[in-house]
Design a protein around this ligand. Sequence first.
Ligand SMILES: NC(=O)c1ccc[n+]([C@@H]2O[C@H](COP(=O)([O-])OP(=O)(O)OC[C@H]3O[C@@H](n4cnc5c(N)ncnc54)[C@H](O)[C@@H]3O)[C@@H](O)[C@H]2O)c1
Length: 243
Amino acid sequence: MWFGLVVTFEYTQAFFILIYYWIKALGRVLFVHDVEKNVENETILVTGAGSGLGRGVAKRLAALGATVVLWDVNEKGNEDTKRQILDSWSSAKVLKSFLGSMLAANRGHIVTIASGAGIFGISKLTDYCSSKYAAVGLHDALTAELKQQHKYGIQTTVICPTFINTGMFHGVSGTATSVSLLDENYVCDSIVEAIRKNKHFVMLPPSTTLFYILKGLLPNECTGRFLRFFGLSNAMDTFVGRK
Ligand SMILES: NC(=O)c1ccc[n+]([C@@H]2O[C@H](COP(=O)([O-])OP(=O)(O)OC[C@H]3O[C@@H](n4cnc5c(N)ncnc54)[C@H](O)[C@@H]3O)[C@@H](O)[C@H]2O)c1
């Protein structure tokens, strides 16, 4: 009896916490217009800078006056990006070493490029989905850890796009118009905007956020039906990728 009352009380409290944050989030969407932060003279590490999104984002951030640290296993691609930006460079360092100084200064921004494949399991993308679910997990756990340590000065952002026309997923087909191949420039612009507005979680196109919200509410069978409806279940059948 006593145990039951305590559990009921805790769930009631949790429910009111939920309502409070829903109202807060709604108010933010409706009434608060985010101001873009200034990234001039900031030092920003961009991984995968030798191609696609990494190169596009690095170029945009450099144009905004940031010092961009390029990091890519493809040295030639990295050098090409460097030539395209013509800016001053520091050497690449691993995330952990960045994190140490960020924690000390209680300042910084960590952006994780995950994917819609980090939210939904897609057929024939088992290994990729595994790594992207891990990326979303890294973002979630890191965010929780930073908050727990009261490091409110360090922002975290995770980006989850559907397929993009960078070439990585060349050949994928069958996706509905509403989730058709995204334009690389649109995604790069959205990433930089998300950084400057300190957005925490971004799905691209934004309409896919609806499915993320519904995912926890829908019967599993229905989620599968949606993936088939939007052509994501067999999108990889025609995958070619980069040769
Ligand atoms: N292209 C898409 O459709 C799509 C969709 C959703 C998410 N994403 C994600 O966006 C990110 C960028 O994708 P892209 O389309 O620009 O791909 P891309 O292949 O054009 O660029 C990826 C770059 O990362 C570099 N790289 C790979 N492993 C690395 C490592 N361990 N350390 C440093 N650099 C490394 C590669 O050499 C390459 O230059 C990836 O994480 C990808 O999974 C892409």
